[in-house]
Design a protein around this ligand. Structure first.
Ligand code: BGC
Length: 371
């Protein structure tokens, strides 16, 4: 009998001590929306020590840690602690932007002989998908554990939603890679011709999310042309050379150096809020930008298959809204590097096309890698 008990004890101890592999993606609650639906938060980690938190509300990156020159990890994206804060006061912090990133003039475009009218939510124009874009909807989330954990998000944008034609099936996959990079893969299909331009609207401050103005960051953009805009920030159609202007970031330059210049384009954007276009407008993954913070030594590289990047220097940030933890983000305390197609492409035939037809697959990739 004694031997029997001893045997059972041995088996139980062995079963309990058998280590369960640690998960690299964990789910937790993120709050409740007005209609009672619940938002979740997923925490992705890698062996190097990077941690990225993403909620299925807007597919939003709420926090992202990166190492400084001494290996100290700190949160380098602007965001909040609860979904209620995002609903109440977020200028697209960390969110997926769609169906169409940036502006469409007059919120109007013509496709296959039909004219479509979108809600005007930015003066006379439509911005970032309209009043309720992809940043304000709940996505279906599937976590995939592994050495490089993934969060796969899907959303069906119905025919007519925010004025756009066609049922659009969208998948956005975030992958936290071993080498401290976050890869974002975007995919979409439609059942009626439509326009698509997806991006992520993370606001970075490599000195830390509460570190103050980003003007001392040093930026390089591998682009020798940018798109000048009208007063309401619609591209004029010209692809203007950056050489000899404050828009020249072909060599590493402090963001603050030209941000206050007496330049008409700077005046229209209230700083930098423009689209830089690449010579290679093909679909290969290429390095397009690099940004560093001299104080902390953090440096990030951006790679994309997209033909352009919107560099926005946080000129419309007010810091007015204070989140639950007292988190507020004043003027220019974050910048965005939004990889995308050109703004207003549906109305500008000389720009690379953003139309998607049934049977085609929209596919783009962007990587933000810390060096
Ligand atoms: C736009 C800005 C806009 C901001 C919203 C950027 O992508 O270019 O004009 O104010 O998003 O937060």
């Amino acid at each position: 009998m004694k031997t029997y008990y001893w045997l059972i004890l041995c088996i139980m101890t062995a079963a309990c001590s058998k280590e369960k592999p640690a998960s690299n993606i964990l789910k937790s609650d993120f709050g409740v929306l007005a209609d009672g639906s619940k938002a979740d938060l997923y925490t992705l980690t890698n062996a190097a020590g990077m941690e990225v938190k993403i909620t299925n509300y807007g597919g939003t990156i709420t926090s992202w840690t990166a190492p400084d020159r001494n290996g100290k990890y700190e949160n380098i994206t602007l965001g909040y602690e609860t979904v209620e804060d995002y609903v109440a006061g977020s200028p697209y912090f960390g969110a997926i932007i769609g169906r169409y990133g940036n502006r469409i003039a007059g919120g109007k475009f013509t496709l296959a002989d039909s004219t479509w009218q979108l809600p005007l939510n930015d003066g006379p124009n439509s911005l970032h998908g309209g009043e309720k874009g992809f940043d304000k909807v709940l996505w279906e989330a599937t976590p995939v554990d592994g050495e490089e954990p993934q969060l796969k998000l899907t959303y069906l944008s119905k025919d007519g939603e925010q004025g756009y034609p066609g049922n659009l099936n969208v998948t956005v996959t975030y992958t936290l890679q071993k080498d401290n990079a976050l890869k974002i893969d975007y995919e979409a299909t439609t059942d009626k011709e439509t326009v698509v331009n997806l991006t992520n609207h993370a606001y970075f401050n490599l000195a830390g999310r509460k570190a103050g103005p980003i003007t001392d960051h040093v930026l390089t953009l591998h682009a020798d042309r940018y798109l000048p805009v009208s007063e309401t920030l619609i591209p004029t159609g010209e692809r203007r050379a950056v050489a000899g202007t404050v828009f020249d970031f072909t060599k590493a330059k402090r963001i603050g150096e030209g941000i206050g210049a007496s330049d008409e384009q700077i005046r229209f954007g209230k700083g930098y809020d423009h689209c830089w276009v690449f010579t290679d407008s093909g679909t290969t993954l290429k390095p397009v930008a690099r940004v560093s913070d001299p104080k902390s030594g953090r440096e990030m590289e951006v790679l994309t298959t997209e033909p352009a990047i919107q560099f926005y220097s946080g000129n419309f940030m007010t810091g007015e809204y204070k989140g639950k933890g007292g988190l507020s983000y004043p003027y220019r305390t974050g910048f965005c590097l939004e990889t995308q197609h050109y703004p207003d492409s549906p109305n500008q035939p000389s720009f690379p096309s953003t139309s998607l037809k049934p049977g085609e697959i929209y596919k783009t990739t962007t990587v933000y890698r810390f060096l």
